[in-house]
Design a binder for this molecule. Structure first.
Ligand code: AMP
Length: 362
């Protein structure tokens, strides 16, 4: 694509191709529709949450014919799922603009590349080392000390594929827990709280960030997001600066979430990046002038970015597993906005929906 093409807006009426068909694709399609766009979803699973609200192509990621036909019917491609094979994204990039592209995806899919990228961009992380066999793990433990967290380099999410190594633990056990896969060992950091910042960047380099929010986890899964995060203004500024640094050092186009640890001394350490709308940004649907999903559309289509002004004090609560059965009481609660993802099967640990409570003006 020529650079003057990149700067040309993709107007309402166009079709957005979305790789992945979960709840993020579903909420993206709903907001895209409000702005006059159509979405077409590429997702192998029939009946996925996004397929209820948008066109759906059910084919496998290595089906080149299906990918070509998909590309022919869309104007721009984005993704809502991190584990889309990079080969599929690279193939589509030859046919249509893919925003964000394969480079960002590659980094986000691999914790070792991710940490190296962050440090190179001047962003501090927990101390870390890449380990490919148990001797390397032992050497890294010597250097980083205990406790430490061993995380598989690829395909880890919601705390899966992780093992904490404490004083007295046998590292071989942690190595077995990650099934001997290439991993990253991180020094355990005694953070005060976890925050995230969501940033968006257009093809012409405009950047806008939402303010930092606090994320509270339960059993390794995001439970609640609180906006604003209860942190000092200078810490909030550092968190936003960190997200800006990350998004601008990649020439990134689209929306990006940066998860961070806030340390007792006010330092901010980046933990993870997600090249897509993020669970910790769901509060923006009801709690902000522009939702993270609308902002994604604006960024990838080269439209002016929306205001990220917060409408009040906001709490977003995930409905995990059978918590979704609370829907009647949540519907009856004044000021609670209920979002259900239409998943056919309730499973423990599965994100089934969320509820947002906004206290206006706070
Ligand atoms: P992650 O999969 O990297 O997002 O990690 C899942 C959760 O584990 C994080 O949200 C933290 O609560 C915790 N965690 C991850 N890495 C560390 C670390 N280096 N030190 C302390 N806690 C961590």
């Amino acid at each position: 694509m020529r650079s003057d093409d990149a700067a040309r807006p993709i107007p309402p009426g166009s079709v957005i191709g979305v790789l992945g068909g979960g709840q993020l694709g579903r909420m993206l399609a709903l907001d895209a529709a409000r702005l006059g766009y159509r979405c077409r979803i590429f997702e192998p699973a029939e009946g996925c949450p996004a397929s209820h609200v948008a066109d759906h192509v059910a084919a496998s990621w290595d089906d080149r014919q299906a990918l070509s036909a998909f590309a022919a019917g869309v104007d721009v491609v984005t993704l809502e799922f991190e584990n889309v094979p990079v080969e599929a994204v690279d193939f589509l990039s030859g046919l249509k603009p893919v925003r964000p592209g394969g480079e960002a995806l590659k980094i986000a899919q691999d914790r070792a590349l991710e940490k190296a990228f962050l440090n190179k961009a001047g962003v501090e992380t927990a101390p870390w080392a890449e380990v490919s066999h148990v001797e390397e793990l032992n050497a890294a433990l010597e250097r980083l000390g205990r406790p430490a967290v061993l995380k598989t380099a690829r395909f880890g999410y919601d705390g899966k594929g992780q093992a904490v190594i404490r004083a007295g633990d046998n590292p071989a056990q942690a190595w077995a827990a990650v099934q001997g896969q290439r991993s990253v060992l991180e020094g355990f950091v005694a953070f005060s709280l976890e925050v995230s910042v969501i940033a968006a960047r257009t093809p012409t380099g405009d950047i806008r960030c939402y303010e930092p929010v606090e994320n509270r986890h339960r059993d390794g899964i995001l439970h609640k997001t609180l906006a604003p995060a209860p942190i000092d203004a200078d810490v909030a500024e550092r968190a936003v600066e960190t997200a800006c640094k990350v998004i601008s050092s990649m020439e990134y186009v689209g929306l990006l979430a940066v998860e961070m640890f806030v340390m007792p001394d006010g330092r901010v350490l980046a933990n993870e990046i997600a090249p897509r709308p993020h669970n910790s940004g769901h509060w923006t649907i009801d709690g902000c002038v522009t939702s993270q999903f609308e902002q994604t559309v604006r960024a990838i289509c080269g439209l002016p970015l929306g205001e990220t002004t917060r409408l009040g004090a906001v709490e977003m609560e995930n409905l995990i597993g059978d918590e979704v059965e609370r829907w009647p009481e949540l519907l009856a609660e004044p000021n609670a906005s209920l979002h259900l993802y239409g998943k056919a099967e309730t499973r423990p640990g599965r994100k089934m929906g969320h509820v947002t409570r906004v206290r206006p003006g706070a």
